[in-house]
Design a protein. Structure first.
Length: 40
């Protein structure tokens, strides 16, 4: 079982959802800051 503290949030570009990264990254396609995606 995974430790809840080890879960890493996923960040994606609002305009290019296929672009994912970590907090503070920018989209290489448009330069927008990646935003936190909510996991369901």
């Amino acid at each position: 079982m995974a430790n809840p503290k080890s879960i890493v949030a996923t960040y994606a570009c609002p305009m290019h959802p296929e672009v994912i990264g970590k907090e503070g990254d920018k989209c290489p396609k448009c330069g927008m800051k990646l935003v936190k995606m909510i996991e369901n």
